[in-house]
Design a protein around this ligand. Structure first.
Ligand SMILES: NC(=O)c1ccc[n+]([C@@H]2O[C@H](COP(=O)([O-])OP(=O)(O)OC[C@H]3O[C@@H](n4cnc5c(N)ncnc54)[C@H](OP(=O)(O)O)[C@@H]3O)[C@@H](O)[C@H]2O)c1
Length: 285
């Protein structure tokens, strides 16, 4: 796929198009700051927004839509089912609340946020199967144009596929310089999923890395831009988060330079001090 701009699209397994770069919203406050960040993102040209029930800011997206002239159908919108709703009924009821907050009657992508909630640790396979069955129905009804997973590793994917009628189309995982999950990357692709990169800037920790400072200077770009470009060139959909208008804009300006193959490998190996992805079977939530 040619990466021309943020609206260049990948095609998911069911034919739905997804813009190659999205706007992350974890830790974005659910107040005017949050609303204004979404307005700034839409104004800068993002057409892909990544929120979640757990972020408690879905209503900022709804409010931003009400205040902007951007058409709903022109934006790819993702939300995620939280760990307290891993059952058939709770997916349906929590999803309705999400739609109300988002001010829409469908999402473009609905993900299971984590595969193994702490409260369901002895029966996560069964809970995910039920959760997925409800999501498949939402997909068939057009209320979720695509469905997928997040933080799933190989054994979680295998368990889900045992009962799935519709295979997941996306796996959203942590991916940034120094944090690469090769096994889950390869397995997700083998199973037909597109990969999304969460924390592409290491949740802000990447900026202290001396190696990243040097490589950014070499390309005459910011560290954020190099990270985002590196994610794109690895075939991931990066989801950088910011509430700062100048950064929101800066993070889109990544389509007019190319990182060499040698530097792609070099960046992959940098230990930038970013925490590894959490073990989804041991998270305390
Ligand atoms: N599925 C999951 O379990 C999961 C987990 C984590 C994240 N995610 C998704 O991935 C998104 C991104 O990950 P993330 O929130 O961990 O963080 P991130 O995008 O890696 O980094 C965000 C941090 O970097 C700062 N920043 C952004 N652009 C910058 C720039 N150009 N220059 C300097 N600083 C910059 C932001 O500050 P300001 O905001 O103050 O500008 C913020 O502190 C999330 O928002 C969420 O949508 C998903």
């Amino acid at each position: 796929m040619e990466l021309k701009d943020q609206n260049s699209t990948y095609v998911l397994a069911n034919g739905v198009e997804i813009p190659c770069l999205g706007f992350g919203m974890w830790q974005t406050p659910s107040d005017e700051v949050g609303v204004n960040s979404v307005i700034a993102a839409l104004g800068a040209g993002y057409r892909h927004i990544d929120t979640a029930q757990a972020y408690r800011n879905e209503q900022c997206v709804g409010e931003a839509f009400r205040r902007c002239n951007v058409k709903r159908e022109d934006v790819f919108l993702t939300t995620k089912i939280w760990n307290d709703s891993h059952s058939y009924e709770l997916v349906k009821s929590s999803f309705d609340i999400s739609l109300q907050k988002l001010g829409t009657d469908y999402v473009d992508l609905l993900l299971i946020h984590w595969p193994n909630p702490q409260a369901l640790r002895d029966r996560w396979q069964e809970a995910n199967a039920e959760t997925w069955r409800a999501m498949e129905e939402l997909c068939k009804a057009g209320k979720a144009r695509a469905i997928g997973i997040s933080n799933f590793r190989k054994h979680h994917i295998d368990a889900l596929l045992e009962n799935a009628e519709i295979p997941p189309m996306v796996n959203q995982i942590k991916h940034c310089p120094g944090v690469i999950q090769t096994e889950v990357e390869e397995y997700s692709r083998e199973k037909g999923m597109l990969l999304e990169a969460y924390s592409p800037l290491g949740t802000g920790r990447i900026f202290e890395s001396a190696e990243m400072k040097d490589i950014a200077a070499k390309y005459g770009r910011s560290i954020a831009q190099v990270c985002i470009r590196w994610n794109l060139q690895r075939g991931y959909v990066p989801l950088p988060k910011s509430v700062t208008p100048s950064r929101i804009e800066e993070n889109l300006n990544v389509f007019d330079f190319e990182i060499s193959e040698d530097d792609m490998d070099y960046i992959a190996g940098i230990d930038a001090g970013v925490r590894n992805a959490s073990n989804p079977d041991a998270v305390p939530f």
